[in-house]
Structure formats: C-alpha cells, structure tokens
Design a protein around this ligand. Structure first.
Ligand SMILES: Nc1ncnc2c1ncn2[C@@H]1O[C@H](COP(=O)(O)OP(=O)(O)O)[C@@H](O)[C@H]1O
Ligand SMILES: [Mg+2]
Length: 260
C-alpha cells in the first residue's frame, strides 16, 4: 500500500507514525436526511508534521479534525493512534488521551472575559491540579512563548483578536500536548494578526509539535508543510505545500502578491 505521507516531505521526514485513519466515514443521522460528512478517509499523519486541511464549506474539514482530535467518533473505519486501535477504548479512556495529549484552538477564542491572559492560561492547570506557583510560572512562560510576555495582565477585551487567539494557543499548551488541532484559527483575524498566529504555530511545530490546521485561506495554508484538500468528505489532494501549484497560485490571487 502506498503511504500518503511519503509524498508529504517537509521536516517530518520519516518521523514515527502518529495518526492512521483507514476507511473512516462519518454519517450524521440526526437530521432528516443522513449526511455523509466523511467518506472512506485513508490518512497517515506522522509526528512533527504541520498539516493544513482545506476544502469548500461543508466538505468535512471540521468533522475530520474532530474525529482525529477525539471530540467525535467515526461511524465506521479504524483510527489508530501510535499503533493503538482506538475502537477498543472506552469514551473515558479517549477523553484522557484527548486531555493529556491534544490541544485545541477554534475560530472563537473562548477565553473567560473576566480573567486576565495569565489567568486564562492557568485554567486547564487548575483542573489538572498543578500547584498555584507552578501554574503561574508556566502560564507566564507559555505566554512569552507566543510573544505575549507584555500582555500578561490584560483581559480579552483589552487585547487584539490575534493576541486573544495567541492566548488561546498558550492555554491549549498548558497540559503539554503533543498535537495541536486548530479549526479556522485565523478566521476572525485581519491578515497581519493571522500571520502572527501562524508564526506562533510554526514555531511550536519547529520545536516538535504536530500541528493540524483547518483553513479556507491559501495564505494560511502556505505556512504548513503538507496540504490536504477535501471535497464531499473525501481527500482529493495530499501534497507538499511547497510544490502545490494550485495553492501557490490561489495564495498569490488572495494576497495580490507573488508568493513564489
Ligand atoms: N452535527 C451535525 N449533524 C448533522 N450534519 C452535520 C453535523 N456537523 C456537520 N454536518 C454536516 O456534515 C458536512 C460536513 O461538515 P463540516 O465537517 O462542518 O464541514 P466543513 O468544516 O468543511 O465546513 C456538512 O454537510 C454539514 O452540514
Ligand atoms: Mg468547519
């Protein structure tokens, strides 16, 4: 069987396999007409990859991310995480994997408006039982890591959208995840602030974080090393970002610049 990541290239190279989906489908049945959101997905993501997922609205991007992030289960197919078949695990065990190994950011920052940046980042550590001093030290360190060392005491309303999203990234890092899932993280941001968010993700990836980003913005996808294109719940393209002529051309159109 050909391995889809072999063509992925990028700095991940032959890093160990992290996520493997085989024949994964998701059919929503709650609505009147069943909706096939994912249709027979086969995908391998290796450690330290930086993957972007693009495709038209409704093509299944968010569903794919939620299934990989263990926020939802597939209707059929096999999800293997580091060689472990997750079908055999109970919801409680999946929740533990999610909490200990996965971080999430979304288009909405979901910060607590009455808490400062540093307090927001501390929240997951409170739940994890980290002692107060250690919590504070680590929250400051994480905010510095995303370039917000000068915004520690600011509340969300006192920060730009990009700063709020970077606070959300710092919060997602609180439990030291190995994988960061981001669904349209720059969707609400002007270009320059979106760039700072991607800069932060790029840096995390550089230091070893596996990053998966859903976006409809080709300029954002250019930050990744590997591009997955979805249509009607299927992967219709899987290629290195740098050699994706389609993406390069689209990005140039979007920004009005020649990216090449
Ligand atoms: N909870 C749900 N119940 C029913 N249909 C859903 C649900 N979530 C998503 N869908 C449908 O599944 C398809 C894929 O959705 P989604 O993964 O959100 O796409 P994307 O993120 O690419 O816009 C769409 O047709 C959407 O309407
Ligand atoms: Mg979506």
């Amino acid at each position: 069987m050909s391995n889809p990541t072999e063509a992925g290239g990028g700095p991940a190279g032959a890093a160990p396999e992290l996520i493997r989906l085989q024949g994964v489908s998701k059919i929503y049945t709650k609505s009147k007409e069943p909706v096939t959101a994912l249709n027979d997905i086969a995908l391998v993501v290796r450690r330290r990859e930086f993957v972007s997922i693009m495709g038209p609205s409704g093509s299944g991007k968010s569903t794919l991310l939620s299934i990989m992030g263990l926020l939802d289960r597939p209707t059929s197919g096999v999800y293997t995480l580091e060689g472990v078949d997750l079908n055999s695990l109970k919801d409680r065990e999946l929740a533990r994997i999610r909490r200990d190994h996965f971080g999430f950011i979304f288009q909405q920052y979901n910060l607590f408006p009455e808490l400062t940046a540093v307090e927001n980042v501390e929240v997951p550590m409170i739940y994890a039982g980290v002692p107060a001093r250690e919590r504070r030290r680590r929250a400051v360190e994480l905010l510095e890591q995303v370039g917000l060392g000068h915004r520690l005491k600011h509340r969300p309303s006192e920060m730009s959208g990009g700063e709020q999203q970077r606070t959300a990234i710092a919060r997602a890092l609180a439990n030291s995840p190995t994988v960061l899932f981001a669904d349209e993280p720059t969707g609400n941001l002007p270009t320059d602030q979106g760039r700072q968010v991607m800069q932060a993700l790029k840096e995390l990836n550089h230091y070893g974080m596996t990053v998966l980003v859903v976006t409809h913005d080709p300029g954002i996808a250019l930050w990744s090393d590997r591009l997955l294109m979805l249509r009607d719940g299927r992967i219709v393209a899987d290629e290195p970002t740098a050699s994706s002529q389609l993406l390069q051309a689209q990005a140039a159109l979007w920004t009005g610049e020649d990216q090449a």
